[in-house]
Structures are given as C-alpha cells and as structure tokens.
Design a protein around this ligand. Sequence first.
Ligand code: HEM
Length: 453
Amino acid sequence: MISALRNIGETVFNGAAIWGEGLRSLGQLGMIGAKAARADGGLRKNIGPELKSVSGQRKVFEVLRAFSPNLSLKRQLVKSYDNTGTVIVTRNNDCIEVLDRNEDFEVVYGSRMRKLTDGDNFFLGMQPGWDYTRDTSAMRLAARQTDVAEIVLPRAKLLAGDIVERSHGKIDLPAQLSLQVPWDMTKTYFGVGGPDAATMKEWTSTLFWYLFEDLPADPALDQKAMSYAAALRDYLDTAIADRKANPTEDADILNRCLALQAADTPGMSDIGIRNNLLGLLIGAIPTISKACCYAMDELLNRPDELILAQSAARAGDDATFENYIWEALRFYPHNPVIYRRATRDTVIARSTFRQARVKKGQMVFAATLSAMFDRRAVEAPHEFRVNRPFETYIIWGYGMHTCFGAAINKAVIPAILKPLLAQRNLRRAPGPAGQIDTGPTPHPQHFHLEFDA
Ligand code: HEM
C-alpha cells in the first residue's frame, strides 16, 4: 500500500517536473527567438545556430518530452535516404523501443554503403540475418576485445602523452591530438592507415559525413565522397594484396582477417575483407576526435567539474576521471539522434497516452540526447553527476547496432584526454581560437587550448 502510494506520488511529481521543465524551456526558446529576431538579418538568419547548438537542442527536446513526446511531421528532415516524413521520439523508453524493434524500424544506410563499396552492403547498413551475423562474427574474431587492453590502449596512452608533452603548452586538440591517436590506431592496429595520416583523416571524415550527417543530400559532397571512396577502395585492395605477397607477424586486424580467409571463413574473401575494413575505418577516426572535443568543451564550460576531473587525472583515479568524460558526453554527445525508417505502419508507446502512429516509410529519430535527460529514466538529469551507472549513457548507439568500437572508445577517449587534463591551468586559447571550429564540415577542425607547460 505504502509503495503504491509512493509510486503514485513519484509519477505525479515527475509529470509535474517534466511539464515545469517544458514550460521553462519554452519560455527560454521564446526569449532566444525574440533576441534572434532583433539581431541583424532577423529571425530566419539567426535562429538556426541557436537551435543547432546542443543547449538549444536540449531545450527543444525538453518542450517535446513534456508536450509532444512523439512528434509526427510530414516534412522530410533527411533527404539523403528515401522516406515519407519524420517522427521525433524523445522519451527514454520510446527511444529504446525504436532501437530495439529492428524489424519495424530498419537501418537506412545500405544504399549509400553500397555506393562506397561499389557493390556490397556493410554490416551497419544491414538488417538482422545471416549477412549481418557472418560479417560481425568474423570481424569480432579479427578485432578481439582483449586487444584493447593489450594493444590499443598502451599505444594510445604513449602517443597521447608524448604529443601533449611536445606541445609545450599550446595545442590544437583535433589537428594535433584527437585525430592523430585514432589514425595511429588504424595504422598500427587495423594495419591499414592509408598512404599518410592526412589523407586517411580526410577520406574517413568526409565519408562519415556523407553516410550519416549529410541530411540535405548535398550533390557536391556526393561527388567528393565517390572519388574518396574509390581511392580508399584502391588503397585497401593494394594493401591486402601487398600483405598477402609480403606476410608479417603483426597482431593487427588485417592479418587476422587473412588468417580467417585461409581458414575458409565465410565473408572473408578479399572483397569482403576490404569492405569490412572500409566500414571500420570510416567509423573510427572522426568519431573519437569529435567526442574528445565535445567532452573537453563541456568540461571547460564547467569550472568546478573541470577542477575535479583534473584532480582525478593527476591522481591517477581513472574510474572517477572517466566518469567525468561520460557525464560530459551526456550533456554534449557526439550525435543527438539515431535515425531509422519504419518498414510498416505501426505504433510507438502502445497503450499509453502518448501512443503515436508511424506510417511505413517515415524516418524515426530516436533522440538519444533527449533520452539521457528524461527524468523518468535518469535521476536528476540536469545535475552533472559522476556516479551514474554506465548504462545511463547512450553515447554510441543502442541495441543490435551498438558501436562496434565501444570497448575501444571507452579506453581511447580517456587515454587521449587524460594527459591534457592533467596539465596545470588548462584553458581555452583567447578569442575564437579557443572555441571549436568545424570549418565547413560537421567535424571539429581546430580547438586551441593552452596550459602552463
Ligand atoms: C566516440 C567514438 C564513436 C562514436 C560516438 C560512435 C557512434 C556510433 C553509433 C551511434 C553507432 C550506431 C549507429 C546506428 O545505430 O545507426 C555506431 C555503430 C558502429 N560503429 Fe561507432 N562510434 C565511435 C567509434 C567507433 C570506432 C572506434 C569504430 C571502429 C573500431 C566504430 C565502428 C562502428 C561500427 C562498425 C558500427 C556498426 C555496428 C553494427 O552495425 O553492429 N565506431 N557507432
């Protein structure tokens, strides 16, 4: 009886708090809109950047969670993959539901993946079935989780420490550190680092943009992606042939794939190996770098938490230090949504007041940023807390397609940031240089930081 009353009380309290948060964010968005309307160029010109910023997105999601948790729009927000409209899903339960129902909500990337491989799909573009099982099983044998502690992490720590030490108190985070460490991983651990670092960073960042972030379907980007994909395929074909002609004993993913091929493992033909490596490469470099920049940006915006994260880094308290990074990424995650497409007419959140119809062909945005701020699932979501269970964080996907590199991310992101955060008086460089600069791309190009060397 007492627990029933407590449950009712909690439900009423949470409901009221969610409405309160929604109203507060609505008011703040109104003020942002009024300010944008008064600025040079008016509302249309100035509102976009405000709403695209992560704090703007959090406010919009707060309003939606309160007043329209599953918002169905006729408008196609994604032009790069066929669809008939959009549903924005904002509550934690409902996002999880979408990402768990693979048969109803399919991954859409297959069409562009096939353009990049000039033929076959890559497993992130596949639905459940034999092809997905074959490729992920083979690649899990090639990229073993034990490699992270034995091979990837020691190398990342050494390299990051060395780069920070040689920077003498001034560092451009993406250009010097957070792209370089994952690139080095592709060279030394994947065994396919490209003709040189700059080329591989450029290829993978552009192809990642093309696959996942090109919502308007930009024809110029399409053209560039096609030429980079052809160059990457040629490079990989040659690297595979060279390695077969000149075998090595290196414990890298390419050698493991070739050993699987020698054992007649399904999916491990030369083309199969090439396509799997191509997909892994695209996922590995720009993502780790962007996440490092966002976590650092969030911590720099929070002086109190920054001091505590730095103390943990200096004290070698890795568990606490890492929790600062995961919590920073909750506030400023690499991607705010994951999108899927409905394969049939269906409903989300069945038998609830927020039950929403989804039409076949509609793109469904599972707003993972919003899910991590839903107080029904996350306690005191607006507080920066470092004692949350790791399952709170949906920072690299959820369900069947959860990031293949999850264990790598958990090790390498802290390894990159720790030597920097351990420095005295770490700060942004003065002026715009100390802010993330993405240039014309969706990825951080420059972010200048300083510390007392
Ligand atoms: C912080 C860094 C990273 C972030 C934020 C990230 C993000 C994600 C997300 C959100 C997904 C799910 C996409 C979806 O469901 O539509 C995903 C899947 C994937 N990621 Fe990552 N990723 C990161 C690093 C990496 C690395 C280092 C690799 C390669 C070693 C990688 C390879 C993949 C692959 C192959 C998949 C597809 C998994 C599957 O379909 O089963 N990612 N990643």
